[in-house]
Design a protein around this ligand. Structure first.
Ligand code: AP5
Length: 213
């Protein structure tokens, strides 16, 4: 969990050596948008405004992804759940699957830092690599380091929309921290430190080690 731009996707990418299955609800939605399905078109309108996708659509897509999938090394959920209803449904899914949630990581970032980060984020449309013009710039301006594609800015990464996303996060998602704290699963980290340092702290806190492939 974390506010928009707190670094959920970057952290998940840095944890790839754990060989866990990573899923980002935002990425699932963007995939659906690319397909131009009626659901994808409805999602685009909602995301462009910076609002949350309705629970029934979110739960439908997440359930479809999750169901029937097994992972010996577990799952990293990035950006899901984000509402009380999603959290309750997710708890039920876990119970049905006979699995347990082992940790909830909450990344904290101030609103002003969020705006700075997201307005300077650039993404490779081909392989999804995330850059930041100041903190993590590509080697060649405007081009992806790994595939050379032209980098793009997300439609919802403009200041007015970023501030709306942040306000919605504070109202609907941040309160879920209490739910996970009550279950004894919550760990809170400041996201205002360099990503390498944050990743190292996560490895240390949870006593993690890279897994050979
Ligand atoms: P989603 O794509 O998940 O967007 P988000 O939550 O707003 O988060 P972001 O992807 O913008 O940021 P991030 O935390 O992953 O940060 P990143 O690593 O990229 O969701 C998009 C939309 O989909 C939502 O607005 C909503 O409409 C909908 N949605 C998604 N899930 C939903 C759900 N469950 N229910 C309903 N609707 C849902 O990093 C950001 C930038 O900062 C990058 O440039 C990066 O290089 C840089 N950076 C990262 N870490 C650091 C660091 N430590 N120091 C300096 N810079 C850093």
């Amino acid at each position: 969990m974390g506010s928009p731009g707190a670094g959920k996707g970057t952290l998940a990418a840095n944890l790839r050596t754990l060989n866990a299955e990573h899923v980002s609800s935002g990425d699932l939605f963007r995939r659906e948008m690319k397909r131009n399905t009626p659901v994808g078109i409805a999602i685009r309108k909602t995301m462009k405004r910076g609002e949350l996708v309705p629970d029934h659509l979110t739960l439908g897509l997440m359930r479809k992804w999750f169901w029937g999938r097994k992972s010996a090394r577990g799952f990293i959920l990035d950006g899901f759940p984000r509402t009380r209803i999603q959290a309750v449904c997710f708890d039920e899914w876990m119970e049905t699957r006979g699995e347990v949630l082992t940790a909830c990581v909450l990344l904290e970032l101030s609103e002003s830092e969020t705006v700075k980060r997201l307005s300077q984020r650039r993404i490779c449309p081909k392989d999804g690599t995330v850059y930041h013009l100041a903190h993590n710039p590509p080697r060649c301006e405007g081009r992806c380091d790994s595939c050379g594609s032209t980098l793009v800015q997300r439609e919802d990464d403009i200041e007015e929309v970023i501030r709306r996303r942040y306000a919605i996060y504070e109202r609907l998602t941040r309160p879920l921290a209490d739910h996970y704290a009550n279950l004894g699963l919550l760990s809170v980290f400041s996201a205002e430190i360099p990503q390498e340092e944050l990743t190292a702290r996560i490895f240390e806190t949870f006593n993690l080690a890279p897994v050979p492939r």
